[in-house]
Design a protein around this ligand. Structure first.
Ligand SMILES: [Zn+2]
Length: 453
């Protein structure tokens, strides 16, 4: 593919031609989940957006030449709070939520990243970076805490294009008597008695959140790499702080060349927030919507724009996928998608433009030529759509109409009653009946959940 890729760089907020540092070794780092609670639909958007960017980069530069790193934050205040509330260890909680997160990624038809490092597995590297920052006089120790001294880094605020005063005024800055200045942020803090801790030169404690991404991106991609991504809510303070730490520790003029941020999701035009009670967990959708329908909905709007989540959007996407399956053919191997159809994806990941092309290819494929159908299916597969064969899709649809949620719940109740009275034969019979209808059930912590296989 000779075409260039263009991306909107949040740094400067301009569309720029993507020029890699080394075209045989492209590096992309995306901030992953904090595993304290099951992922919601807002978390799903960056997963799908950067999955598509990963595919486009691989198409342009070759499968083996692109490294996609996405971290797992498995130590954090929210994790500690949630584990105390649930009365389980942070390790048990983070393992469970990480598993759920991976299930959600599979459901959304996302490819696995090249590496998925966990914060807790990289603490010694974090201590090393803090030591460097202290030695270079960018960080200071006070009362078992280590802070980064923001005013020592002259480019602070360049990514969000704001000066320090504006940034402080626009966000909640953590107040602490241990800090020299309110804008300084924590690199290391002591753990309380009931909190997980690691030994460090500053006592038993744990790292600040921002540090892990500086350390893990360096570990896999080096001091300077091509693309850093995440949701736009991460620009400040998280990404500003990552830049400050990395550039000062590595004594570099650049941390990442291209900063790519996706927009928010609103729910029927309202902000999605815990306080609004309108948080939609990905897991809650699995029983109702096929993953590729959700995926199509998530890419129906350009990644930079806000995306409004509503019933109409889902219905439209459901109908589109349904219609597209009319042209389904089994591919022996993927067929080359003509360059001109891929154009929109190369142009700042314009997924709505690409979907318009898929509609055109579908119309063409309906005229009956097998080759056109093969091109259409390959083009859908390129963005992770029509990823299951027609039978599986029909089964999913049939299951949806064959058995209602009430019936499923009633069957689960009968099965659990049978189990309670040790009638395992009957319990297994009911489980198998559900399996025949494409529904699998799972028992955990005394609760039974179900999903379509
Ligand atoms: Zn990060």
């Amino acid at each position: 593919m000779n075409k260039d890729i263009y991306l909107t760089n949040s740094f400067g907020n301009k569309k720029e031609k993507f020029v890699p540092i080394n075209k045989n070794k492209i590096g992309m780092y995306v901030c992953g989940p904090t595993v304290y609670d099951d992922p919601h639909i807002g978390n799903a958007r960056p997963l799908v957006v950067f999955d598509i960017l990963y595919k486009v980069l691989k198409c342009k530069f070759g499968q083996k030449n692109v490294a996609y790193i996405r971290n797992i934050t498995d130590i954090d205040d929210k994790i500690i709070k949630s584990s105390l509330e649930k009365n389980i260890s942070t390790q048990k909680l983070t393992e469970k939520i990480t598993k759920n997160f991976h299930d959600d990624c599979d459901y959304l038809v996302c490819e696995k990243p090249t590496n998925e490092p966990k914060a807790t597995e990289n603490i010694s590297l974090m201590i090393e970076m803090i030591n460097k920052l202290i030695k270079k006089n960018f960080a200071y120790i006070n009362n078992k805490h280590v802070y980064f001294e923001v005013k020592k880094f002259k480019d602070y605020g360049k990514l969000s294009n704001k000066n320090l005063d504006e940034l402080i005024a626009g966000s909640r800055v953590e107040v602490s008597e241990n800090k020299k200045n309110p804008e300084d942020f924590v690199l290391w803090k002591p753990s309380k008695d009931n909190e997980p801790f690691w030994e460090s030169p500053w006592g038993k404690g744990r790292p600040g959140w921002h540090l892990e991404c500086s350390v893990m991106s360096k570990k896999y991609l080096g001091d300077k790499f091509d693309i850093h991504g995440g949701g736009r809510d991460l620009i400040f303070p998280h990404h500003e702080n990552e830049i400050a730490q990395s550039r000062c520790a590595n004594e570099n003029d650049v941390f990442a060349n291209y900063w790519i941020h996706n927009g928010f999701i609103t729910m029927s035009n309202e902000k999605m927030a815990k306080s609004q009670g309108n948080i939609l967990k990905i897991n809650d959708l699995k029983n109702k919507i096929n993953g590729q329908v959700l995926r199509l909905a998530l890419i129906s709007t350009h990644y930079k724009q806000p995306l409004d989540w509503n019933e109409r959007l889902i219905n439209e996407c459901q109908n589109t996928i349904n219609k597209w399956y009319e042209s389904y053919v089994e591919l022996k191997k993927p067929v080359l998608v003509p360059e001109e159809y891929l154009d929109p994806l190369y142009d700042d990941l314009n997924t709505p433009g690409y979907i318009a092309n898929l509609h055109k290819l579908f119309e063409k494929s309906q005229k009956g030529e097998l080759k056109d159908k093969e091109v259409f299916i390959s083009a859908c597969n390129f963005v992770g759509l029509l990823n299951v064969n027609r039978n599986k899709w029909e089964t999913f649809k049939k299951n949806k109409t064959d058995i209602s949620e009430e019936e499923i719940l009633a069957k689960i109740e009968s099965r659990n009653k049978a189990r309670d009275s040790k009638n395992y034969k009957e319990a297994d019979k009911i489980r198998n009946e559900l399996l025949d209808k494409g529904i699998s059930i799972e028992d955990e912590d005394g609760k039974t959940t179900w999903k379509f296989k």
